[in-house]
Design a protein around this ligand. Structure first.
Ligand code: ADP
Ligand code: MG
Ligand code: MG
Length: 876
C-alpha cells in the first residue's frame, strides 16, 4: 500500500487519502502551475501513526527520507546543508476542511549552522534569522506544546527595549538575540535543547501534525460539525518559498470572484515582505489585491492568468493562497471558496451564462435558504452593533423599532406610521393586529414553530423567539437584560436570521429578488415537477405570493378573516347570542366582509386555483380569555362605584366562556365538527366564496375556487358537508347564471383519515395534507406544549433526529402521507394531492413530497422562492 505521494503523483480524486490541501497541490502540479515541490503522507499513514502509539512507523520514516532525496534533486538544495539548505513546511490537511483547527510549521531545517548558510546564499543575514526565530516559535508551539504567548511576550519586550514599532524594525542583531531567547524558552519549558538535527525536526513535526488530529480543539470542532473522528489528517511536506525576502516578495490570499457580492473580479489581500499567516494574523494591515497591479505588475498579470486557469479547471470560485519570492509567483493552496447567499446566487447564474457550468449544476449550487436570506432586510455587514441577548432565529431578516409590550399598543403606534418591535412572552391569534403593525417580533418564550414564529414567517417578518435572557415587567412597561433596562419606546434591532438582539437602530440593507435570483428561479420552473402554492389569507399576501411565483393558493385560512378588530364583536355576537335573529344579523354583516376578502384574493391570483379552508379553530378562540375575565369581574366587584350592568354582562359572558371551555380544544369541537354542529357559519362562508367568485369572473378574470373541509376523520362527515357546499354553490351559481366550476376537497390531518383515504377519495376532488395537525395527532404530541417542554431535549439527546414539526417525519407521518396518497389515487385517479402544513416550505420535506408523488406543496409567500428551488433540487 502507498502511504506517501509526491505532488506529481497526487490529484483531486485522491482527496480522501491526500486530504483537501494535498489533493489540490497535486492537481495544481499536474496543471503545470508553479507549486513548490513536495510530498503528502496520507490519512492512512495518520491512522498507522495512532496505531503505532503515536509515533511514525519506521518504514514511513524511511519512505519520507526517500521522497526527501527526490525533493533535493528537484531543487538542487540539500536538507540540513550548511551552505544552501533545503527548507520545508509541514502542513496539515484533512479531507473535510477544518479551518484553523490544526497546525503548520514553516522554515523547517534551520539550525545554528544552516541559518548561516541561508544568510550567505541569499546574502541577507536579517532574513535568515527572521526565518529561524519563526521556526523555533512554531516548533515550540506545535511540537513541544509551549503556549504561543510565551514567545509573543518575549518578542514584545524586545521590541519595547529597542523601541521598534513593528517586527520589520528589528535589526539582525535584535533577531539573533531573539533566537537565543527563544531557545531558552524551549529549554525552560520543554526541558530539551532545541533540536539541531533537521531529520529529527522533520519526523517530530510530522508526528506532531498527525497528533494534532486529536487535539481538543479539533475534536470539539468535529463533534460540532458531525465529522467522523477516524478519518485522520494528511501531512504535506513542501519546499519553502519565501515571501519575506524583501520588497518584491510577499504573501497573500485571492478569490477568483468576490465572495461577498459574487461579482466576477479578483478579490483578495496581500502583504509584501511577509511570511505565512502574517496576512490573516493582523500584525500588519494587508493591502487590496488591486494595488498589486501597480506594485508588481508582472506578478499581478501572472496571478490573473493562474486564477482563470484554476476557475476554468475547477468550474467554481477558488480561494487561493500564494507567495511571491523575488518577483516569482508560487501557489500554495486552492479550494472552493466560501460565499454569502447573495454571491452564491450571482455566481451560479453568471457561471451558467458564461457556459462554465450547465443550468442544472447552477440550480444545485444555490442552497434553498440562500434564496430566502436575500429576500429580507439584512444587518449592514459594515455595521458594528452592540448585541445584548440572543434567542432562537425564528424568522429571518432584520428589523428595528421602538419597543412596545402589547399588540394594541403596536397597532396604535403602527397606525401612526411609527416603527415598533412587539416584545412579548408569546403571541396568540388575538395579537395578529400587533404582529401586522410591527416591524418584527421578539418573544421570551416559545420555539421555532410557536405562534409568533409561524405567523411572522408567514408574513416574512423578522422574529426572534424564546429569548429567555430578557425579563419583561409588563406593569412598568420595561424589560431587563442582565442589569440593563429598556423602556417602552426605546429603540432596538432584532436579527431573525441569527437570533441577536441589538441596541438602537442598526444600519440595514434593502431586500429584493435580484436579477440573478429571478433567473435561477426561472430555470427552476423549467425543470421542477412539484407545483408550488402559497398559504395566504388576504389580498396583499396573495399579491406577494403571485410575485414570488406561486402557482395558486394552497391554504386560505378563513379564521384570520374573523380576527380583524372590527369583526371580532360580530363574531362574538354570533357565538353568544341566544336569538336566531341576532345571529342572522351578525352573519349578514360578516358575509360581505368575507366576500370582499375573497374577491381581492381571486383578483390577485389571476386565474390560479385558490383553496379556501372553512373555519377551523374552536369558537372560544374568538372569546375573551377565561382567567382575564375572572380578573375583570373581580375588579368590577371591588370597585367603589357599582356598575351593575357591566358586571352582569361580564358574568353572562363568563358563563358562556365556561360552557364552551374544553379540556382538549385541539381535539374538541373544531374543524368540520364545528361546521356540522353550527351549519350557518359554513353556509355564510361558502356563499361568500361563490359570490366573490361570480363577481370576479364577471370582470373577465378566470377563477378556480376550491373549498376545503378541515379535520375530516370519517367519510360521512365529508359527505354531509359536501352536499351542503354543493347546495349553496348551486344556489349562488344558478342565481348568477354562472357555469363556474369548482372543487371540494379535504384536509387530511388525522390518522383515521389517512387509513380510510380510499373511501374519502371517492367523494373528494382533492386532498391537502395538513401536516401540522397530522404530526400532532400521529405522534400524540401537543404542538404548543411539546416544543417548549420536551421536544428540544429530545432532539438534543438524539431521541428524535429532527423536530417533526419543522421537518416531516419520514417513518411515521410521511408513511401515512404516502399511503393515503396512493390509496386515494386508487379510488380517484383525478385526485389532486398537496400539502399545506409548515413543512411545505422546508427543503427536506419538499424532497419527501416529490418522492411521494404529490402534485404540489403550499407554503408562506416568502418561502415560495425557496420551495421552487428545493422542488427542482428534489427532481434533479
Ligand atoms: P492552513 O491550513 O491553516 O491555511 P497552511 O498549511 O495553508 O495552513 O499554511 C499556512 C500558511 O503558511 C500558508 O498560507 C502559507 O502562507 C504558508 N506556507 C505554507 N507552506 C509554505 C511553503 N512551502 N512556502 C511558503 N509558505 C508556506
Ligand atoms: Mg492554507
Ligand atoms: Mg389543522
Amino acid at each position: 500500500k502507498k502511504y506517501i505521494y509526491s505532488f506529481e503523483e497526487g490529484s483531486l480524486d485522491l482527496k480522501p487519502i491526500l486530504g483537501g490541501k494535498g489533493a489540490s497541490l497535486g492537481e495544481m502540479t499536474s496543471l503545470d502551475l508553479p507549486v513548490p515541490p513536495g510530498m503528502t503522507l496520507t490519512t492512512e499513514a495518520c491512522n498507522l501513526y495512532f496505531e503505532n502509539d503515536e509515533e511514525l512507523p519506521e518504514f514511513l520514516k524511511e519512505g519520507t527520507r526517500e521522497y526527501l532525496k527526490d525533493l533535493e534533486e528537484k531543487t538542487g538544495k540539500n536538507f540540513g546543508d550548511d551552505n544552501n539548505p533545503l527548507l520545508l513546511s509541514v502542513r496539515s490537511g484533512a479531507t473535510i476542511s477544518m479551518p484553523g483547527m490544526m497546525d503548520t510549521i514553516l522554515n523547517l531545517g534551520l539550525n545554528d549552522t544552516s541559518v548561516q548558510g541561508l544568510a550567505k546564499e541569499v546574502n541577507d543575514e536579517r532574513f535568515a534569522y527572521d526565518c529561524y526565530r519563526r521556526f523555533i516559535q512554531m516548533f515550540g508551539d506545535v511540537v513541544l506544546g509551549i503556549e504561543g504567548y510565551k514567545f509573543g511576550r518575549t518578542l514584545d519586550s524586545l521590541k519595547e527595549e529597542v523601541d521598534a514599532d513593528s517586527d520589520l524594525d528589528l535589526t539582525t542583531d535584535d533577531l539573533k538575540k531573539l533566537v537565543a531567547q527563544y531557545k531558552e524558552i524551549i529549554k525552560d519549558e520543554a526541558g530539551i535543547e532545541f533540536p539541531q538535527d533537521p531529520m529529527e525536526q522533520l519526523i517530530k513535526s510530522v508526528d506532531a501534525v498527525f497528533g494534532s488530529w486529536n487535539n481538543k480543539r479539533a475534536i470539539v470542532y468535529r463533534d460540532a460539525h458531525d465529522i467522523a473522528h477516524d478519518l485522520g489528517t494528511a501531512v504535506n511536506v513542501q519546499t519553502m518559498v519565501f515571501g519575506n525576502m524583501g520588497k518584491d516578495s510577499g504573501t497573500g490570499v485571492v478569490f477568483t470572484r468576490n465572495p461577498s457580492t459574487g461579482v466576477n473580479e479578483l478579490y483578495g489581500e496581500y502583504l509584501l515582505n511577509a511570511q505565512g499567516e502574517d496576512v490573516v494574523a493582523g500584525i500588519r494591515t494587508p493591502q487590496s489585491i488591486q494595488t498589486l497591479k501597480e506594485e508588481l505588475p508582472e506578478v499581478f498579470d501572472q496571478l490573473v492568468d493562474v486564477t482563470e486557469t484554476l476557475e476554468d479547471h475547477y468550474k467554481n470560485m477558488q480561494d487561493i493562497e500564494f507567495t511571491i519570492e523575488n518577483g516569482q509567483l508560487y501557489l500554495l493552496q486552492t479550494r472552493t471558496g466560501k460565499r454569502t447567499a447573495k454571491a452564491a446566487i450571482k455566481m451560479a447564474a453568471d457561471m451558467a451564462d458564461e457556459g462554465l457550468i450547465d443550468k442544472e449544476e447552477a440550480l444545485l449550487r444555490v442552497e434553498p435558504e440562500h434564496v430566502e436570506k436575500v429576500l429580507h432586510k439584512q444587518i449592514d455587514p459594515e455595521a458594528e452593533p452592540e448585541v445584548i441577548a440572543k434567542g432562537l432565529p425564528a424568522s429571518p431578516g432584520a428589523a428595528a423599532g421602538k419597543v412596545v409590550f402589547s399588540a394594541d399598543e403596536a397597532e396604535k403606534l403602527g397606525d401612526k406610521g411609527e416603527k415598533v418591535i412587539l416584545v412579548s412572552l408569546e403571541t396568540t391569534p388575538e395579537d395578529i393586529n400587533g404582529v401586522i403593525a410591527s416591524q418584527g417580533v421578539l418573544t421570551t418564550r416559545g420555539g421555532m414553530t410557536s405562534h409568533a414564529a409561524v405567523v411572522a414567517r408567514g408574513m416574512g417578518k423578522p422574529c426572534v423567539c424564546g429569548c429567555e435572557e430578557i425579563k419583561i415587567d409588563f406593569e412598568k412597561e420595561e424589560f431587563l437584560v442582565g442589569n440593563r433596562r429598556f423602556e417602552k419606546g426605546d429603540k432596538i434591532t432584532i436579527n431573525g436570521g441569527t437570533g441577536e438582539i441589538m441596541v438602537g437602530k442598526v444600519e440595514m440593507t434593502e431586500p429584493r429578488l435580484s436579477e440573478e435570483c429571478r433567473k435561477i428561479l426561472k430555470w427552476a420552473n423549467e425543470t421542477k415537477e412539484l407545483g408550488i402554492r402559497a398559504n395566504a389569507d388576504n389580498g396583499p399576501d396573495a399579491k406577494k405570493a403571485f410575485e414570488f411565483g406561486a402557482e395558486g393558493i394552497g391554504l386560505c385560512r378563513t379564521e384570520h378573516m374573523f380576527m380583524a378588530a372590527e369583526r371580532v364583536p360580530l363574531v362574538q355576537q354570533l357565538i353568544l347570542s341566544d336569538s336566531e335573529a341576532e345571529k342572522e344579523e351578525a352573519l349578514a354583516e360578516l358575509e360581505p366582509m368575507q366576500r370582499n376578502d375573497f374577491e381581492e384574493i381571486f383578483t390577485e391570483m389571476k386565474g390560479k386555483p385558490v383553496t379556501v379552508r372553512l373555519l377551523d379553530p374552536p369558537l372560544h378562540e374568538f372569546l375573551p380569555d377565561l382567567v382575564e375575565l375572572v380578573e375583570e369581574i373581580a375588579k368590577l366587584e371591588s370597585a367603589a362605584e357599582d356598575n351593575k350592568e357591566e358586571l352582569n354582562k361580564k358574568r353572562k359572558l363568563l358563563r358562556k366562556v365556561k360552557d364552551m371551555n374544553e379540556s382538549n380544544p385541539m381535539l374538541g369541537m373544531r374543524g368540520c365538527r364545528l361546521g356540522i354542529m353550527v351549519p350557518e357559519i359554513y353556509e355564510m362562508q361558502i356563499r361568500a366564496v361563490f359570490k366573490a367568485a361570480v363577481n370576479v369572473a364577471e370582470e373577465g378574470i378566470d377563477v378556480q375556487p376550491e373549498i376545503m373541509l378541515p379535520l375530516v376523520t370519517h367519510v360521512n362527515e365529508f359527505k354531509m358537508l359536501r352536499s351542503r357546499v354543493d347546495k349553496v354553490a348551486d344556489e349562488v351559481l344558478a342565481e348568477a347564471d354562472s357555469e363556474l366550476s369548482y372543487k371540494v376537497g379535504t384536509m387530511i390531518e388525522l390518522p383515521r383519515a389517512c387509513m380510510t383515504a380510499e373511501e374519502i377519495a371517492e367523494e373528494a376532488d382533492f386532498f391537502s395534507f395538513g401536516t401540522n395537525d397530522l404530526t400532532q395527532t400521529t405522534f400524540g404530541f401537543s404542538r404548543d406544549d411539546a416544543e417548549s417542554k420536551f421536544l428540544h431535549h429530545y432532539v438534543e439527546e438524539d431521541i428524535l433526529e429532527d423536530n417533526p414539526f419543522i421537518s416531516l417525519d419520514p417513518n411515521g407521518v410521511g408513511k401515512l402521507v404516502k399511503m393515503a396518497t396512493d390509496d386515494g389515487r386508487k379510488a380517484n385517479e383525478n385526485l389532486k394531492v398537496g400539502i399545506c402544513g409548515e413543512h411545505g416550505g422546508e427543503p427536506k420535506s419538499i424532497g419527501l413530497c416529490q418522492e411521494y408523488g404529490l402534485d404540489y406543496v403550499s407554503c408562506s409567500p416568502y418561502r415560495v422562492p425557496v420551495a421552487r428551488l428545493a422542488a427542482v433540487q428534489a427532481k434533479i
